[in-house]
Ligand binder design. Structure first.
Ligand code: SF4
Length: 353
């Protein structure tokens, strides 16, 4: 069913001022949730019973996603990250990637389209996604122990994910690996995960847990601060850990990069995404769009603007007004606290991290 999009004639590139918030931070990166569905039930992301999914009519269609991304590209967004839920469960994903890659960005060039996936379906999708022009890939994998992997995902098959990573490498989409570092669960595995990545020419990144869902899924004792991870890596590799520009791997995201200065893995680097202990809000350059068209200025806050209504009932002008209004109200940063307070009520699954 093709939803009638009211007068969304393409927004010409270079139209309207770039998107800059009241802290003078320019938006160059849009994280796009394609679905609120997932084939996993990760313990820190979604309650075991799952969530009530939004009806299909509320989901942005392929055409609407392309129209919205074309508008953002005209306002200076250079990169779109496809997330979920799990983006690979969205039908028409490959065609969507092809359409988004055809979008011209402000100042010329094509929109970069990257994706974060749990890797479960990557073995079958790596080739068509590469052919469609996917610019980059990140695979979320929190344990390389099959039993632990099943425990944290509640459904996952690690062997499928490992086969997916190999397929991605084979098709020129060598992924970054994201691991949520959880004290008492996978902290003993982090050096091993780094070795696995480096032995394949990949970059491992470790993420601090965050209190989403009103803190309901956050256990303060499970937080593994970035400083502790650096100390663990120095111990494991018997070398100094030095900050690294990360030029070789840095995208538009918040990760900082750290290099092993000595030992068998000298020169290799890993990333840290440390929202809780090494806040990066001052350089925030992103917005998030939910699969139902709710634009979120900040991961850590519940305020949002309805782009679906603007697009379906107002057209390009209403869309721009809704985006700029939300941006003008964007706060300076999050208020996450180490006791799990200060987070939003929304679940990570609904906004794709
Ligand atoms: S918490 Fe909000 S302001 Fe801070 S980096 Fe994330 S999205 Fe940006």
């Amino acid at each position: 069913m093709l939803t009638q999009i009211r007068s969304t004639r393409p927004v010409p590139p270079d139209s309207g001022p770039p998107l800059v918030d009241r802290q003078a931070r320019q938006v160059r990166y849009l994280r796009l949730s394609l679905t609120d569905r997932c084939n996993y039930r990760c313990t820190y992301c979604m309650p075991s019973e799952g969530i009530e999914h939004r009806p299909r009519a509320e989901m942005l269609t392929h055409e609407e996603l392309v129209a919205i991304c074309r508008a953002f590209a005209a306002w200076g967004v250079e990169r779109v990250r496809l997330t979920g839920g799990e983006p690979t469960v969205r039908r028409g994903l490959v065609e969507l990637v092809r359409s988004l890659r055809a979008i011209e960005v402000r100042g010329g060039g094509r929109l970069e389209v990257v994706m974060t996936t749990n890797g479960e379906r990557l073995a079958e999708l790596a080739a068509p996604l590469a052919e469609a022009g996917l610019s980059g890939l990140t695979v979320s994998v929190d344990s390389f122990d099959p039993e632990r992997f099943l425990r944290i995902t509640r459904r996952g098959d690690l062997s499928k994910v490992l086969a997916g990573i190999d397929a991605a490498i084979q098709h020129g989409l060598a992924p970054k690996l994201n691991t949520v570092a959880i004290r008492g669960f996978n902290d003993d595995e982090l050096p091993g995960i780094a070795r696995y990545a480096w032995d394949r020419g990949l970059v491992p990144r470790f993420i601090e847990v965050m209190p989403m869902s009103g803190g309901a899924l956050f256990i303060p004792g499970e937080l593994l601060p970035a400083a502790t991870i650096r100390a663990m890596m120095a111990d494991a590799f018997g070398a100094e850990i030095a900050q690294d520009s990360g030029k070789a791997v840095r995208g538009l995201g918040p990760a900082t990069y750290w290099r092993v200065d000595g030992g068998p893995y000298a020169g290799r680097s890993f990333g840290l995404i440390a929202a809780m202990t090494e806040n990066f809000c001052a350089s925030c350059n992103r917005l998030r769009l939910s699969a139902t068209g709710q634009l979120h200025a900040c991961l850590a806050r519940d305020e949002s603007g309805d782009l679906r209504a603007a697009l379906r009932h107002g057209g390009a002008g209403a869309l721009e007004a809704a985006v700029r209004r939300l941006l003008s109200e964007k706060q300076d940063g999050h208020r996450f606290a180490l006791d799990g307070s200060g987070g939003p009520t929304k679940a990570m699954i609904s906004i794709g991290g």
